[in-house]
Design a binder for this molecule. Structure first.
Ligand code: UT7
Length: 329
């Protein structure tokens, strides 16, 4: 049986207007612009301001832009998968809400929660539906409003995260391009180092939980840092090796944007030159499920048909993985 290929046929990102600088954070917690730049590489991050706005509203901008640039009508979309850990509400899924807001009426839609690896998980899942022949135009979304779950009195987390995300379109193609291979892992024992405790079935929202500030992200940064560099380096090496690719065959490495030092270390460990690594953490910080579509969006004009790119991410769970994509346009 001949293999069916699944192309990414468009990408669109979105970040909210408000730019939070390191200087502003200096007025909120005991930190400095110098510490943030040297320890994380982050200079600014975007924050969604305004009553009643959430992750779906950022995604509406991205999806409308994507539909317009690909000349697609909302009713042509038959599946929407949204990666996020900051859905508008615990249920319904944010994918359902986005569909309603942009007029996508002929699709089924659902969310995937894999924290910073969410976009990778969603991309592979969406590609399987197209590959099977059951779905023809699939939207894969990744976005987070991290400002809604960040404690702006905790200097160890509040300087890192930002809001934003994006969307890609998947379609079948006769050409040998698109999602070529993917590797995914998860390890729930990592939950002790990175989690949000309150609001789930173990610890519903309560006055006690709020007093302990458990409605916010908790992170023990150092073990996560170590696991992230090892996890991402490992999957990048494996995906290259098992497809007989060398670094010279790869146009771009597209890593999750969690910390510039993590990106630099991974690039060293896989011996891949930093000038072919997509980097925008300086402007957006860590937007969790949003980092990879935002990278593709920022670098779209530099991508050429046939370029091999490797996406990789690591995040809460732990979850991690890598996807080899041959750019389709
Ligand atoms: O995307 C999901 C996965 N997440 C990640 O990949 C994040 C992985 N971790 C990291 O990126 C880093 O561990 C952090 C950026 C979170 C922290 O950087 P670090 O270099 O690992 O710092 P540290 O936690 O070892 O802390 C070093 C010092 C501490 O002070 P003492 O105990 O040595 O006096 C911290 O209290 O830096 C202090 N510190 C800060 N100082 C100024 C921590 N945050 C700040 C801050 N400003 N914002």
């Amino acid at each position: 049986m001949s293999r069916k290929y699944v192309a990414i046929t468009g990408v669109q990102g979105y970040v909210p207007d408000y730019v939070m600088t390191n200087k502003e954070l200096e007025t909120m917690v005991d930190t400095t612009d110098e510490w943030i730049r040297t320890r994380t590489g982050i200079e600014t991050r975007h924050v969604q301001k305004g009553e009643g706005l959430g992750t779906s509203d950022m995604l509406v901008h991205a999806v409308n832009g994507l539909l317009e640039k690909t000349g697609t009508k909302p009713e042509e979309i038959d599946l929407v998968i949204c990666a996020t850990i900051t859905g508008d509400m615990p249920f319904p899924d944010t994918a359902n809400i986005v569909c309603d807001k942009v007029g996508i009426k002929n699709a089924f839609s659902f969310d995937i929660n894999a924290a910073c690896s969410g976009f990778l998980y969603a991309l592979t899942t969406g590609a399987k539906f197209v590959e099977s022949g059951s779905h023809k135009k699939v939207l894969v979304l990744g976005a987070d409003k991290m400002s809604s779950i960040i404690d702006y009195t905790d200097r160890t987390t509040c300087v890192i995260f930002g809001d934003g995300g994006g969307a890609v379109m998947l379609e079948p193609t006769e050409e040998e391009v698109g999602i070529m291979d993917s590797i995914h892992h998860s390890d729930g024992s990592g939950r002790h180092y990175l989690h949000l405790k309150a609001g789930g079935s173990v610890q519903p929202i309560s006055v006690d939980a709020i007093e302990k500030r458990e409605q916010y992200v908790f992170q023990n940064g150092r073990p996560v840092f170590k696991a992230a560099v090892n996890g991402m380096s490992d999957v990048v090496k494996t995906i290259l090796e098992r497809n007989q690719l060398t670094n010279d065959d790869i146009a771009w490495l597209v890593p999750h944007q969690a910390n510039m030092r993590i990106i630099e270390t991974v690039s060293k460990m896989v011996e891949f030159p930093l000038d072919r690594v997509m980097i925008n953490i300086n402007r957006y910080g860590n937007t969790t499920a949003g980092t990879l579509p935002l990278c593709l969006w920022d670098y779209e004009s530099q991508l050429k048909k046939g370029d091999n790119i490797i996406l990789t991410a690591f995040g809460g769970g732990f979850t991690w993985g890598a996807i080899w994509v041959k750019w389709a346009y």
